[in-house]
Design a protein around this ligand. Structure first.
Ligand code: DGL
Length: 275
């Protein structure tokens, strides 16, 4: 049972990227308490197998539950795409992943019923977004963009190299060998991509709407909690208790994290999860 007034929401990601989801949650549900777990020692998840990702993710969400999480948000697209069922089976609280809310928002936004999804290699090869969209009668083209995560982590969010890479990826996704795919929605199916949204906006065809799965997920969580204060009262952000857990250096998490969260990241605890 989730405490109505001040729920404790556990947010899980492979690293700092999921802070884009936390940022969206803070905007929507400013009065909640948050426990954020970044598995920084074992990232990236995007190039790993489903079995490995499931094993890591289950350990992390059990930890979040032990810390008092009453609801779990799987911010990591890769973990959601590859391991949501295993995570749900291991959890005793409600679990929300990013794929379903992202697919729902994309389906609602697409008039042409054609959507392009970009994500990590693992997310794209799992076809989790494709399945979620096809159920909604949407034609899908998926494109793995493995270079985006390191470019964003390097801080190259407005860099000519990133722009060039984006031009190549998006032209392959929207045109490509199989001919033009006249999609009108682009789904950002990775935690890191909201940081390069302005760049992607410039590079994507003009008529294309961009759906950010972080934002769609935060909306879904707010709906679930039916939080009447799920508005924009930014003052309340400071009232939220946010605690961070990282499996690699706390200092490194603090530094990099504030760039993704857009707020200072304090209170980081180093966690050593048993294999
Ligand atoms: N968090 C991952 C995702 O959203 C990206 C980073 C990684 O590969 O671990 O897919």
């Amino acid at each position: 049972m989730i405490a109505a007034q001040r729920p404790t929401i556990g947010v899980f990601d492979s690293g700092v990227g999921g802070l884009t989801v936390l940022r969206a949650l803070l905007n929507r549900i400013p009065g909640a308490n948050y426990l954020y777990f970044g598995d920084t020692a074992r990232l990236p998840y995007g190039s790993k197998s489903a079995a490995t990702v499931a094993h890591y993710a289950v350990g992390a969400v059990r930890y979040l539950q032990d810390q008092g999480a009453e609801l779990l948000v799987i911010a990591c697209n890769t973990a959601t795409a590859l391991a949501l069922d295993e995570i749900k089976a291991a959890a005793s609280v409600e679990v929300i992943g990013v794929v379903e809310p992202g697919a729902e928002a994309a389906a609602a936004a697409s008039h042409k019923k054609k959507v392009v999804v970009i994500g990590t290699e693992a997310t794209i090869s799992s076809h989790a977004y494709q399945r979620a969209l096809e159920v909604r009668k949407i034609a899908v083209r998926e494109k793995a963009c493995p270079l985006f995560v390191p470019l964003v982590e390097e801080g190259w969010v407005e860099h000519p190299v990133t722009e060039q890479v984006a031009r190549i990826y998006l032209s392959e996704a929207f045109a490509g060998d199989a001919g033009d795919f006249n999609a009108d929605v682009l789904v950002l199916g990775c935690t890191h991509y909201p940081l390069i949204k302005p760049l992607l906006r410039r590079v994507a065809p003009e008529h294309v709407a961009i759906v950010d799965s972080a934002e769609s997920t935060a909306q879904e969580v707010a709906r679930l909690l039916e939080d009447p204060s799920s508005s924009k009262n930014r003052e309340l952000v400071a009232a939220s208790m946010i605690k961070f857990f990282a499996t690699d250096s706390a200092e490194k998490f603090r530094k990099m994290g504030s760039r993704f969260l857009g707020l200072p990241v304090e209170d980081v605890v180093h966690v050593d999860l048993k294999e």
